[in-house]
Write a protein of this length. Sequence first.
Lengths: 272, 255, 265
Amino acid sequence: MSKQKNKTSVDNGNIAVFHSKTKVTITYILIIVIGLYIASAFYTEAYPNLIIAGMPVVIDFVIYDFFPPNLKYISTVMKALIETWNMALLSTTLSVIFALPISFLAAANINKNKVFYQIVRFILNIIRTIPELILAVLLVAFMGIGVISGIGALFIFSLGILAKLISETIEAIDPNPLEAIRATGANTIQVIRYAVIPQILPQYTSYALYVLEINVRASVILGFVGAGGIGIILKQQTSLFNYGNVSTIILMTFIAVTIIDFVSSRVRERLL
Amino acid sequence: MIEFKNVSLTYPNGHQGLKNVNLKINDGEFIVVVGLSGAGKSTLIRSINQLVKPTEGELIINGKDTLKCNERQLKEVRRNIGMIFQSYNLVKRMSVLRNVLTGSLGRTGTFKSLFGLFSNEDKELAMGSLARVGIDDKAYRRADQLSGGQQQRVSIARALTQKPNVILADEPVASLDPPTSHTVMKDLKKINKEDGITTIINLHFIDMAMEYADRIIGMREGEVVFDGPVSEVSEKTFEEIYGRPIKEDDIIGAE
Amino acid sequence: MTKNTIIQKPKKDRMFWIRTTISAVILIFLYYIALTTTDLTYRGSTLSPGALLQRLFWNPFFDDAVLEKVPEYIAYMIETLAIAYGGAVIGAILAIPFGFLAASNISKFSYIGKWILNAIRAFPEVMFAIIFVAAVGMGPFAGVLAIGINSIGMLGKLYSEVIESIDMSVLESFKANGAGRLQTIWYGVIPQIIPEFASYAIYRYEIDVRSSTVLGVVGAGGIGTPLIIAAMQRSWERVGMMLMIIIVVVSVIDFISSRIRRRLV
């Protein structure tokens, strides 16, 4: 009988279902994953048994302290929610406008200068790495407390996301019309206007709505650091332990976010 | 007049697309370039409007060496050269008429073209070009709603709208069925006769080449291996150009 | 003479104009409200932007008091990573049953499953964190819970979509063999979906790390807490140092994560 040592999984007459190499790899991976988990559990003292034990505590708490929500507080919350929504709307508008030119610079098939392209991408990556709350902190430092800092923070934050998404769309377009229009002697701007933009328009609007959703969520807590919106009263009421009000805030925010998400995804469906 | 003087094209990886090409193309000629895939037909044609750039030699169009042109001069050169592609290269979501109007972008100012403000002259020219290829009734349809043959005719109309001196066609019928292919070739031939526009076409169907061309240029491995009037061409010539016997794929058949 | 007919540009129908007008009116209305009701006063600060940037990103390297704290900040950052990881793992595991529950090709009650997952996902994560902090006190435990629940929502939905998209014919061939439901799942479903699951879970980890830096601000542990304290005190050198640590760590995590994911799928 010939030796069949290398790739087949025949082993002492027992035929393994999985290749032994796969088994070893999987075991290693499992050890690493579980090991890291144990380490993290120790570090955070969030042991699994505590978590299981903790869930009922949380549910109890929610039921006793958060219900019933304070209905008299609704009008205050409404005002704050509108402010939050406005923040999201204005900042999304700004970033939708500014993202277009920037995403051209971040698309390899338009910006052929390799160094410039890398720099733009790098800056966009840094912006996307900074959590929006931190951006808000920075902008409050720059521009003072108020909604305007929130708009600025959301603008920068969503600019990074939108520019990346759109630049990826641009990089994926069909290059043939570009070639053809360039061959008629058109200049770069004309090529962009007639060969690129028609191809990316539906995706563009869809992404714009997606970013609007993200901004609405993010705007909820910017108030925590003074950048306007519903976060201000949320922080205030939490620190006063007025959980009745807090639950009103949370519930209404939840409803508002759900509605906005719903409308936005419907519109996006009709677009694409 | 287009003149190739010792033109070569070497790619960065060392492969030679064109080897020492010498050609003189007179105004108004209807030329078909033939050869196997990879022989350099496409490279030859695309060198003329510099969609690919030769690395050596001189490419003189109407007295000017285009290889020495800067961006702005190149745009002017391209304005006078219309091109038709195998995959039509229309902007799918735009209307047929707009696609044809892009032929006039070279002479429309940037600002106006941003807002789609083409001159009335150009709009009439565009419509007229569409009428010449027989599809003006589809002017307001979206380009991707047309059949392959119709899209190719739109792209011919686009080239016409440039008011070019030269029309290049890179495998214009490779994606079309035989009857439609013949229609397109007939249109190109008609335009060449009526307007006197120099026409250079890549084809890999030998019977089609022999039927429509005035002059045939045969390429093999980047070199010109045949250059002569169609009267001197027979199937044997093709076998020499290809370096192998003729196969069924090389013939498109009757309409 | 060729054609005598003039080609008419097709008239856009009434529906089109009605829809466009309504949309335009809505948009104008929204913007009008936005611009008039928000308080857009620019209060400014005493610092110039240049000075601020310098204090944030340049000075910390030369300030001994700040440099001393770097190990402490790194420890906080590790805590942030641990919070994200613990929450992600729990979320990844607990999301599995939810994923199956919400998959229309496996579960008969997929409506309920989908509804629960959507509800969880609509809740901004920070609000979960606030609730948990109020319930179990400040500290990383609340953070782990918040990230865990949020992950269940996100991962659960994706799990269900992946399950719904698997090749049903594979399942059928198993059923034809007479295999039971559990066996069908184990041998038929799981092998098809593991690479995608793992890839998305790792992607979620990237996002969770970002989230947990933020959750600290509401008291759920991690680097967010010292960050907000330093910001309140206007100690921009400390804020800047922490920011830089966050940026570096998050970038490294993103990088490693995309490398792993590329090798998975």
